[in-house]
Design a protein around this ligand. Sequence first.
Ligand code: KG4
Ligand code: ZN
Length: 344
Amino acid sequence: MSEPLVLGIETSCDETAVGIVTGRKLLANVIASSVDEHARFGGVVPEVASRAHLEAMQPSIERALKESGVKLEDLDGIAVTSGPGLVGALLVGVSAANALALALDKPLYGVNHLASHVAVDLLTHEKEFRPSIALLVSGGHSSILKVNELTSDIESLGQTVDDAAGEAFDKIARLMNLGFPGGPIIDRESRDGDREAIKFPRGLSQPKDMQAQPFDFSFSGLKTAVSRYLVATPDFKRADVAASFQEAVVDVLLLKSIKACVDTGIDSLVIAGGVAANSRLRQLASERCARAGIEVRTPPPALCTDNGAMVAALGSLAISAGRAPSRLGIAAASDTPPTQPLWL
Ligand code: KG4
Ligand code: ZN
């Protein structure tokens, strides 16, 4: 089956998302977010997210089917994020997918949320997948992966030792009372700021760190430095702090991703996950990768943040690659590592 028709369900955090793809073509991408319900708490409240998923699940599936004109019985498989994520939130999607697969007698694919962030790239061009370095930067994870094959062979080269990149954006936005989620707000604020105004630290980038932990990240020192700066400088310029902080994050993300490409001899970089929507990261990545002779791909911003199309994309790839489906009744697995793309 070369162009499997797959419905993908994503509920790992605060988006109830349903996507439908056929092969590498996107047919529907429905997203119902509960972000507004969490904003006043400054972060996602798991119970609130689970309840919102319960309410949005069925209408989202119905809308995706309507938008795509696909009938449930025509599907070749159901894919669902089985982890990592908030366990109560994951459970809603996994239960819905189990029920659909059982009722329709269709194969079920439990897929890894992180691998599917990378897989969504395939929906945006027609080139064959080739071994790539993936910079995966989201609200819960920051890793550099060596992706040899998307459904079966992913190695982890390094990851954050403390906060995820998106979490750092969210925390700094909270410190500055800018709102939640912080990433898009800081991205916007930075446009009018001077990114050279304040020299914030780049974690784990000293020569000795680049030897010992070349592909690991640390953002806690940066967070402390921004927090001290804000206290010590009551008349700080918001846009300058935002732009200088953003530059520190983006600079170190790219320093390490490009080193991973150079060290492994892989000249293809995919940037994935919510933080990949960051405009400065996208701009600097294209500049630096062009200089280094690396082909860089960043999915359109709407496909970087959580969505169901990415889940369907990985499910469709799994079917094309002849991977065995998951057993019916799979559970949610809240801490699946990025090296395990499919759940059996
Ligand atoms: O991948 P994602 O939607 O959910 C997780 O799997 O975590 O990523 C969400 C994260 C949040 O921390 C959010 O602040 C960040 O991605 N984010 C951004 C931008 N858009 C979303 N960070 C920086 N710049 C952006 N434009
Ligand atoms: Zn995500």
